[in-house]
Each structure stands twice: as structure tokens, then as C-alpha cells.
Design a protein around this ligand. Structure first.
Ligand code: PNS
Length: 167
């Protein structure tokens, strides 16, 4: 039987830290579904469709990755997709409290689903979507912290590149 994990998140936008977790996860799972939460209550820089497209482009060399959009409870989505594992990345201790809370709530909601944490590579410990967006908004160089498509899209979004001028 295929071992499927759901890797959920906001991915606004996907970073090299996320990619690192996916690549580590692929050593354990046969298939990973990267699941983007559609959350109308949260203001995001990129639309959910833009985020999906960027993730697909960034991970297109892997045939066992699917990118999907979900809403509602994560455990319900995991069940619908026949996945009994939720994959989350852990950077520093600062992530721990929130992740612990999330994992325990998910366990309470569905005891059949386990959360697996993977540590990011050391070089991504301080990488987050928010800090990257902040740097990019002021024209900071974020190359090497995000996939090339994301770097381009961030520059375009913040007006550092003309929309159609792709050289
Ligand atoms: O990248 P993020 O923002 O840390 O991801 C958080 C996410 C999407 C994994 C979490 O908010 C989530 O699963 N939301 C869906 C609703 C849900 O099931 N919440 C947890 C139990 S209340």
C-alpha cells in the first residue's frame, strides 16, 4: 500500500525551507500531497491559485508530488485523500509550541492520523515566508532563499520588475 503524507500550509509563498522538508519527506513517503489552505479569513500576498502554480513549478521534477487546495479541517481532508500522516517542518524551538498545539488538536479530532515532524536543514532555520516577503517588499535580494519562480513573482508583485518584461 502506498504511504501518503499530507504536507499542509499557507505557502505564501513556498520557500527553500519548505522544499527541503518535501525532499526529506520523499525519503520516507511514497507520495506527498502539498495541501494549501484556502482561508478567506487570512490576508495573503498571493492568491491560492498563484501559490499552487508556484509550488507546482518548483517541484515539477518529482512525479510523486501532488499540489492541492483544501478548506475546512485538515484531518477531514487527510481522510478524504486516504492519507494517515500529516507532515510538518520544524525549524527552531520557537516553532514547537504552535506545532505541538496543532498536532494535539488534530489528534483529538482524529486519532487515526499521526503528525510527523522533520527538521529543516540548518541553512533554512531562519527562513520563513513572512521574513522573505518583508525583505522582498523593500527590494532586498532573496535569491537562493526561494525557488527562482518565487523570486521572480515576488519582484513582480512588489514592482521591481515590469509585468510582461521577462527578457
Ligand atoms: O503554514 P501554516 O500557516 O503554519 O499552516 C497552518 C495550517 C494550514 C496547517 C493549519 O492552519 C490548518 O491545518 N488549518 C486548517 C484547519 C484545521 O484543521 N486546523 C487545525 C485544528 S483546529
Amino acid at each position: 500500500m502506498q504511504k501518503i503524507a499530507i504536507y499542509p500550509g499557507s505557502f505564501d509563498p513556498i520557500t527553500n525551507g519548505h522544499i527541503d522538508i518535501v525532499e526529506r519527506g520523499l525519503k520516507i513517503f511514497d507520495k506527498i500531497i502539498v495541501a494549501i489552505l484556502r482561508n478567506p479569513a487570512k490576508e495573503t500576498l498571493f492568491t491560492v491559485e498563484e501559490r499552487k502554480e508556484m509550488i507546482e513549478t518548483s517541484l515539477n521534477k518529482y512525479s510523486n508530488i501532488e499540489v492541492d487546495i483544501f478548506d475546512g479541517l485538515l484531518v477531514n481532508y487527510a481522510k478524504k485523500r486516504n492519507a494517515d500522516t500529516i507532515l510538518r517542518g520544524m525549524r527552531a524551538v520557537s516553532d514547537f509550541e504552535y506545532e505541538f498545539q496543532l498536532a494535539l488538536m488534530n489528534r483529538k479530532l482524529n486519532r487515526e492520523i499521526q503528525t510527523v515532524f522533520l527538521m529543516t536543514g540548518l541553512r533554512w532555520i531562519f527562513t520563513s515566508s513572512s521574513i522573505i516577503k518583508e525583505a522582498a517588499s523593500f527590494g532586498g535580494n532573496i535569491n537562493g532563499m526561494v525557488p527562482p519562480v518565487v523570486s521572480w513573482k515576488l519582484k513582480e508583485k512588489f514592482g521591481f520588475i515590469e509585468g510582461n518584461n521577462r527578457g
